[in-house]
Design a protein around this ligand. Structure first.
Ligand code: PAF
Length: 280
């Protein structure tokens, strides 16, 4: 695997790679790679002949009171894992100047109303930061395919919306959520939790599963959400939101709506915010 640490190294590497036939798939990450990330790389290998992973902890998507400084960094282990998956290129910029132009010249992307809803209500500016860095990675790498995880449901919808207008030829793929045995969706932030907290955290998925069962049994959505809230509270999870939306994240107003739906939830345990969802 070739590791590019600067924009110039990236450009040279991509130029050499362009001599090889086939599609280039990009997997953007912030590192601390777990089986969820590795599933994205496996999917990339199935769909393309060249893969590039990025590891960059993007300062623009963290609020002032968030975990930018303590976000887990496990670069050596990450490199080992990527080599095992036979990823072709890793772009792991030495600093943010290797990603962004000087302040004032950065092309900021506005995530719009949807970017200020759900997680965006709790993390103002977060999705503008995500879209700004993802757009920048698309500009620098010009992939044919880009792959994101379904755990960050709102993120992948917003990226799809952005790409539809800015990169109409780019194919965006969403890979299924990978869970631990307890059902907890894998996330780098799970590293912040103790054994006991990890057990409690799996209640988030249980509440989503129960909600789908209740919905299919024609229980009223308001009641389902109240029950989920009560259950999460009993497990010491502080409820942020729990909502039923359609697959584009519009509110589902009609109880007879037959299209694809998703229950989305966010809850905090000992200052660590967890998100999860089930599409059905
Ligand atoms: O999902 C993530 O890890 C990040 O939000 C992303 C897409 C790599 C952008 O920094």
């Amino acid at each position: 695997m070739i590791i590019a640490r600067t924009k110039v190294e990236l450009k040279d590497t991509l130029k050499n790679l362009s001599n090889r036939p086939g599609k280039l798939a990009l997997i953007p990450t912030m590192g601390n790679l777990h089986d969820g990330h590795l599933s994205l790389i496996k999917l990339a290998k199935l769909k393309s002949s060249k893969t590039i992973t990025t590891i960059f902890i993007n300062p623009l998507q963290f609020g002032n009171n968030e975990d930018f400084d303590k976000y887990p960094k496990t670069h050596e282990l990450d490199i080992e894992k990527l080599e095992k998956e036979q990823c072709d290129v890793l772009f792991m910029p030495v600093n943010k100047d290797e990603v962004f132009p000087p302040p004032g010249k950065i092309k900021n992307i506005d995530s719009g109303m949807l970017g200020r809803d759900l997680c965006g209500k709790i993390r103002p500016g977060h999705f503008d930061g995500v879209l700004t860095v993802v757009n920048r990675m698309f500009e620098l790498i010009n992939p044919d395919i880009a792959i994101f995880g379904a755990k960050d449901y709102q993120q992948q919808i917003l990226i799809k919306k952005m790409a539809k207008s800015l990169y109409p030829n780019l194919e965006l793929l969403t890979a299924p959520i990978i869970r631990s045995q307890s059902g907890l969706a894998l996330s780098s932030r799970n590293n912040y939790l103790s054994e006991q907290e990890l057990k409690l955290a799996s209640s988030l998925y249980k509440s989503l599963q129960q909600s789908v069962i209740s919905y299919n049994n024609k229980i009223n959505t308001e009641e389902i959400i109240k029950d989920a809230q009560k259950f999460l509270k009993s497990k010491n999870l502080i409820f942020d939101y729990f909502e039923l939306r359609d697959s584009q994240l519009n509110t589902v107003k009609d109880s007879n709506f037959t299209g694809k739906k998703v229950f989305l939830a966010s809850a905090t345990i000992n200052k660590t915010r967890l998100i999860d969802n089930i599409e059905f």
